[in-house]
Each structure stands twice: as C-alpha cells, then as structure tokens.
Write a protein that binds this ligand. Sequence first.
Ligand code: MLT
Length: 315
Amino acid sequence: VMAIATPAQAQDYPAKPITIIVPFTAGGPTDKVARDFAEAFRKQLGNVSVVIDNSAGAGSSIGVAKAARAAPDGYTLLLTHIGMSTIPSLYRKLSFNVQDDFEYLGIINDVPMTLIARPTLEANNYSELATWMASQKNGVNLGNAGLGSASHLCGLMFQDATNTQMVTIPYGGTAPAIADLLGGQIDLLCDQTTNTTAQIAGKKVKAYAVTTPERLEGEVYKDVPTLAESGLKDFNVTIWHGLYAPKGTPQAVLTKVNDALKAALQDPEFIQRQKDLGAVVASDNRVNPAEHKAFVAAEIDKWGTVIKAAGQYAD
Ligand code: MLT
C-alpha cells in the first residue's frame, strides 16, 4: 500500500528547505524584498534553507498560479505584492482565485515608487517632462513588468492623470526594464525605490518625482518632488508586499510561519536594509493574516475601479 504523505507535522516544521515563489525576474524589486526577507525569516526557523524560485510572466499571474497549485505543506510559499489585488480585474480567465485559493500570512512592507527616465531625456524637471511628453507625436515608450505589475498600475495611473496614451513595453520584471532604460531603448518607467534608489543615487537615470503623498526622507530624494505637488493632485501609489501559502496548508504550520514572519519584521538588520532602499517594514495589524486578507479585499475594489475605468484587460 502506498504510504500516503501526511501534512507536515508542525513540530518538525521546517524539516527541509522552504521555497518562496517570486513571480518576477531575479534582480528586481520583488526579488530584492524576497531575498532580504528570506535572510531574516530563515533565522527565525533554525536557519532553514530558503530557495527563491523566480517564476515570472504575465504581470505575476504565472508565478501566482504556480503557488496556487503547490503542495499545501508549508514548504512552498509565495511572496508577491499589490498584483494580488490587480490581476483579478485584468485577467478574466485566471486558473485561481486570489482570495479563495491562498492562505494569507502577514504583509511585509510598503514601498514607494519613482518616475524615472533614460539619462538622455532632455527634460530636467517634471514640468519640462510634461512639455516633452506632449510633444512626442509617436508616443512615449513606457516600460512595465506586465499587466498586473506595480509598474503597470503606476503607469496606468500616470497616463490617466496626465491624459496621455503611451506605448507600453512589458518585461518579466523591472530589472530588465531598467536595463533597457539605461540603454535608451525605453523613455520612462515607474518603479519601486527598492530598485531605483541606487540608480538615482548614481545619477544613472533621471528621477522626476515620487508617487507618495509626501516626499521621501534621505539624501537621494531630498530634491525629488511628489507627483501630487507637481500638479497630479492626490496621486498616491505605494506598493505593499505580502506572504501567502497554498490553500489547505495546515493551520499549525501557518502559525509557525507567521510567527517567524513577525519576528523577521523586528530584525534590525532587515529594517535598516529596507530603510536604505526607501521601503518601510510593516508594523501595523496587516502583519496578521485576517487583517492582511481584509486589506487585500479592499485593494481589489480600489484598484478594480481604476483598472475598469482604463478598460485595459489582459485576456
Ligand atoms: C512590478 O510589479 O513592477 C514588479 O515589482 C517588478 C519586479 O519586481 O521586477
């Protein structure tokens, strides 16, 4: 008789390496959060090995689908972001339901975004950029990480707020998008500070604004205005990241995982690394599964309105 695998025994958990699926390419903002988080997370679980599985594509829905199908034993987790609240409105034929097919662990952090351009773009501030955009008859080339990504959502909001239609070029993540921006293949990109702070500090790109209601702290951002103060009233996009497990993962294992997540969010090294990248580690009740799930439900409604107004569907 075949031995039927029983769900992992919580007291033995983790008894083998844990895989965290990241639904974007290596080297990008989601991957950076995942690798920083994994270092702090594994310390809380006896230094268990954590393997990052970058399964990119279709604005994160490829990797999210893979996580939905994974064995619900606590050894495959998903680290993704605001995309959990945008893909339900963009993809009408998803093989999973972001609310029913996942166990929610805690929210990890909140990350501001920046509007950056290729270094050769002649505009030197936001108002000159607005003039330049209006003069581009063949359209402006805007990069993103696919429909459903944070960079896509920010680009959608930016085009809506500036009443422009841009040519959007999708990538598997914003690491390859930034490479093309540096090479001049695309003009603009809205990307998270986890990925752009080094580029801005190194003056490799032009930084026109940040997407948060208030300016960001730190030397790098002291002269970078917000889009809101630049004329795009109430513009506000901040990207949260959370941890998820396939539906059916045993509760005792989920409790162990979320206790380790909460302890990791108290790790001074993790907090500092995130702060250096402009990110803010979560410290409110969204670190609890129920509040995380309720927060995402509200985000699905909020971004669903924006996406439906744009009438931009992926399938
Ligand atoms: C996005 O949503 O734009 C992603 O964060 C990009 C990435 O992580 O590569």
